[in-house]
Design a protein around this ligand. Structure first.
Ligand SMILES: NC(=O)C1=CN([C@@H]2O[C@H](COP(=O)(O)OP(=O)(O)OC[C@H]3O[C@@H](n4cnc5c(N)ncnc54)[C@H](OP(=O)(O)O)[C@@H]3O)[C@@H](O)[C@H]2O)C=CC1
Ligand SMILES: N[C@@H](CC=O)C(=O)O
Length: 449
């Protein structure tokens, strides 16, 4: 690959065999792996595209910083990202965050460049602005790496399943939280201790808030739901609960049910309050049976389970983060958009025609596992059952365990049939008021059964 920074005329149409000018914005974890792969696989990439990919510059915050792991001419590094995007055919945005990434992408497209981004936060917050700009400029905007890193999931949903009817997407789309929950399950350790292990191993950031509070997964859920249901869902529409409240007791309760606890991104087609089509998009911890394909997703791996009307269940599995795995997805997009430029066109744009309402969490329906510490005496089970019945929540199973060494106390474990979140919350409030109930020890949603 050529890595000189010679100036070119940005308005020139692509000529057969002429290099395509690639600008890289960001050279951190993902960007440095992208740069290395562009250099290492230059010949193969040129053969696949039908033209060489010429890296014309790398925009970073600190261009003078030595970067020995990035094998390019150091003069390619620049702090002038604005100028760089104006002289590229393809812009790869791996800076992250909202601004200046958004302004740079819009500027790139306005100057006729196709864009590849890994920026889930931006796509989930302001995707429609970017799609509209891509349409207006007649260029591609691809972002496979934004959800589940290396796993090819967006193109299969957008293209391979375009003739089917996706009903549900269940995803483990955050590696850090999956690592933490998996370790809590296998070692019996608590949340804080396991997060420290994740930080020591480089999975969790020094500030793990975006991961453990579910913000990262919510952004990915918004993108998945938008593509799966041909609608617009932004991160603010997504109900979000992280894993900070998950206790060793919850993990044990799941084990007792032959389940595991996972942080799930759940996107479903549902019936809205007016009887029309709607979507439910939520991120929260949930129990899933150990027999479910997602239960076997260990460590920091990601997986997305898709249910479509005709295709049935599909499972996509792999690494959701890390420089090289994420760069693989970025380079796949680069080849795709480069091929379109060589052929003189663009790929399919976003097809958000449905404009479906997103139902509020209170209307979402699922099963629940509730663990209660109660008095062990006649009539208590009837009181508890009455509280469920009063809120129209149907009990599927109920099991009593002795609470050893605690006199006449017992543990009641109730699993419900599917109920609305609002009905369940009201039931839990009523249970907490009962004189015979010492504590509502845990409430976990149950999915995938
Ligand atoms: N890390 C991962 O495993 C994954 C990341 N992603 C996404 O990829 C994107 C990049 O992530 P990651 O590589 O981890 O991020 P890093 O923080 O490692 O890298 C960010 C890069 O952007 C540069 N940068 C920051 N601000 C500016 C600016 N204003 N102008 C120019 N350059 C700037 C930094 O420059 P400098 O080097 O000088 O500081 C750095 O090179 C994000 O959108 C992230 O969500 C997606 C999937 C997985
Ligand atoms: N922080 C994310 C990686 C980027 O998407 C994770 O832990 O999965």
């Amino acid at each position: 690959m050529r890595t000189d920074s010679e100036e070119m005329d940005p308005t020139m149409a692509h000529e057969p065999g002429a290099p395509l000018r690639v600008a890289l914005l960001g050279c951190g974890v993902v960007g440095s792996a992208v740069a290395r792969q562009l250099v290492d696989h230059a010949d193969d990439l040129a053969a696949r595209v039908g033209a060489p990919l010429q890296l014309v510059g790398i925009a970073v915050r600190r261009p003078q910083r030595p970067r020995p792991d990035v094998p390019v001419d150091p003069t390619l590094f620049t702090a002038d990202a604005d100028g760089l995007v104006e002289r590229a055919d393809i812009v790869i945005e791996v800076i992250g965050g909202i601004d200046p990434a958004r302004e740079l992408i819009l500027r790139a497209m306005a100057h006729g460049a196709s864009v590849v981004s890994a920026n889930k936060a931006l796509l989930a917050e302001d995707g429609p602005t970017l799609y509209a700009a891509a349409d207006a400029a007649d260029v591609d905007l691809y972002y496979e790496a934004a959800v589940a890193g290396a796993i090819p999931i967006l193109r299969p949903i957008r293209e391979s399943l375009a003739g089917d009817d996706v009903r549900r997407v269940l995803g483990i789309v955050n590696g850090t939280t999956n690592f933490v929950l998996d370790r809590m399950d296998t070692s019996g350790a608590g949340f804080a201790e396991t997060v420290e292990q994740a930080q020591a191993l480089g999975y969790a950031e020094a500030d793990p808030t975006a991961d453990v509070e579910g913000f990262d997964a919510a952004a990915k859920a918004a993108i998945l739901a938008s593509l799966a249901f041909h609608t617009r869902v932004s991160s603010g529409d997504v109900y979000r609960e992280g894993i900070t409240e998950v206790t060793a007791g919850d993990i044990q309760a799941a084990r007792d049910m032959d389940c595991v606890v996972k942080l799930l991104a759940i996107c479903e087609r549902v019936t809205g309050p007016d009887g029309g089509d709607a979507v439910s998009v939520r991120v929260h911890p949930a129990m899933i049976p150990r027999s479910h394909p997602l239960a076997s997703v260990r460590d920091a791996f990601n997986a997305v389970f898709v249910e479509a009307s005709a295709a049935g269940p599909l499972m996509f599995y792999g690494r959701g983060a890390g420089g090289d795995p994420t760069a693989s997805a970025v380079l796949g997009d680069v080849v795709a958009v480069a091929r379109h430029r060589v052929a003189g066109g663009r790929g399919p744009g976003e097809s958000a025609y449905a404009d479906l309402p997103v139902v509020e969490m209170g209307r979402s329906r699922t099963r629940y596992h509730i663990s209660l510490d109660v008095a062990d005496r006649p009539g208590v089970l009837a009181q508890v059952a009455t509280a469920f019945a009063a809120h129209d929540v149907s009990i599927e199973t109920v099991r009593q365990q002795a609470a050893p060494g605690e006199g006449e106390r017992a543990k009641l474990i109730v699993v419900t049939h599917a109920a609305s979140d609002a009905a369940l919350a009201a039931t839990v409030d009523a249970l907490a008021e009962l004189e015979s109930v010492d504590d509502v020890a845990s409430v976990l949603r149950v999915e995938g059964a």
